[in-house]
Design a protein around this ligand. Structure first.
Ligand SMILES: [Zn+2]
Length: 426
């Protein structure tokens, strides 16, 4: 396939290049060269996309979600097909890769392998290696059962579990590092270190869920590759905590996935003003708002996360995100939940919109949903960029997302979605 005369935004945060021809072969970007150089001959039957006036960027990533949330109420035999539909829905909105951060071990490998062979759905990355403390989050409160989460009380516990785990078969490792230190529910720090060391030896990234700044600092010191969630502030008026965290994360090269859209939903989701704001921002239609309000979960509290605490967390995350960015911390886009969203994909698009509203430059917002997300699961060499050799997942827009990230959100601007070199939607 050839995409002719397009402006390439490669996803690394670099300067866009106008007037390029992008050649795709065998599902990869094979060549990217100035249109003025002229392609001597276009092979017969080769699809040609006219890129004039358009912008080509890497396919977007949802780097933190839980597909369990979208299939849990269905009987097991229907779940697989439904989740494939969910993955097709992501692709339709320009999201070509999805990371499931745990909670669905019975379907994960099968769904993942099927998704990677199918260019009509987003590619799924999953893990069966999810660790928490004894009775830790989300075993109590959310899941209501112990499936799919390993409860670890000591470094020796961690070693025992690791012996039985085929780490080479998972895409990444997830650790919950949340709860009072030494209080049982939090994974012991020594166990976290054992897990991270074993995962790194197996070439896998470790994504660490945190609640407070202390969790965050200790996780970074233990070698976490990505911090999941923004912290509950020690004092919402005090930004010095973030100065220190940002410095150690920038030094360590730790990625940061703040999941701001989750705090916004849990803080404001029950208020009509929030839905009105989503309509104003182009995330939601008035009919979509009615559908959301009819859901059984609408207005219900979320376990362990009081709305007031989420409000503080949301406001603090919005104020501090530019500080992390300016300190050199690599920001990643992941939304976590889509309880008060019309579709799962919209949650990621809201996350990007919130990054921009917080004051993160648009080039960094796009990198957060492309190259940084691929880096989060160790795929930066082959995915997440429009560069020669990379998997040809891409979105072709008719308006510049560097001028306004809303151009990514308003689907009327999407001319085509390319999935592993195939035109999936146009
Ligand atoms: Zn999560």
């Amino acid at each position: 396939m050839i995409i002719k005369d397009v402006t390439v935004i490669d996803g690394t945060g670099g300067v866009p290049r106008a007037g390029m021809d992008v050649i795709i072969a065998d599902g990869r970007f094979a060549d990217i060269r100035p249109s003025s150089a002229g392609i001597s001959s276009t092979p017969a039957g080769e699809p040609v996309l006219d890129g004039r006036g358009g912008y080509l960027l890497p396919g977007l990533w949802e780097s933190h979600t839980h597909l369990r949330d979208y299939g849990v109420s269905l009987p097991e035999p229907e779940r697989f097909a439904h989740l494939q539909d969910v993955l097709a829905g992501y692709l339709g909105e320009g999201i070509t890769s999805v990371c499931d951060l745990g909670g669905m071990p019975e379907l994960s490998p099968e769904l993942r392998d099927a998704s990677k062979a199918d260019t009509a759905v987003a590619s799924l990355f999953t893990t069966e290696a999810v660790f928490t403390g004894i009775d830790g989050w989300p075993v109590t409160g959310l899941l209501g059962n112990r499936s799919g989460v390993m409860e670890v009380g000591s470094a020796d516990d961690a070693r025992r579990y690791l012996q039985g785990l085929p780490l080479d078969e998972v895409d990444f490792v997830k650790c919950m590092f949340d709860g009072k230190a030494g209080g049982g529910q939090r994974l012991p720090r020594a166990a976290l270190e054992v897990i991270i060391t074993a995962a790194h030896e197996a070439g896998k990234k470790v994504l660490v869920h945190i609640a407070t700044g202390t969790d965050m600092r200790e996780a970074v010191e233990a070698g976490a590759d990505c911090i999941e969630h923004s912290p509950i502030p020690r004092d919402p008026r005090d930004l010095s905590e973030v100065d220190e965290l940002a410095r150690i994360m920038a030094d360590a090269g730790t990625l940061y996935c703040p999941t701001i859209a989750t705090w916004e939903q849990l803080a404001y989701g029950a208020y009509p003003d929030y839905l009105d704001q989503l309509i104003t921002d182009g995330i939601l239609t008035p009919d979509g708002a009615k559908e959301i309000m009819a859901r059984p979960t609408y207005g219900q509290p979320f376990p362990k996360h009081p709305a007031e605490e989420c409000r503080i967390r949301f406001d603090y995350a919005m104020r501090t995100l530019p500080l992390f960015h300016e300190a050199g911390v690599k920001i990643v886009a992941g939304s976590d939940i889509a309880r008060v969203m019309p579709t799962p994909a919209r949650a990621l698009l809201r996350e990007l919109q919130l990054f921009a509203k917080a004051g993160v430059p648009n080039s960094a917002v796009i990198a957060a949903a492309t190259s940084r997300a691929a880096e989060k699961v160790g795929k930066e060499a082959t995915m997440g960029t429009v560069t020669v050799g990379s998997v040809a997942d891409a979105v072709l827009l008719d308006a510049d997302p560097l001028a306004d990230v809303s151009h990514l959100i308003d689907q009327r601007h999407v001319r085509a979605v390319v999935s592993s070199g195939h035109i999936a939607h146009r």
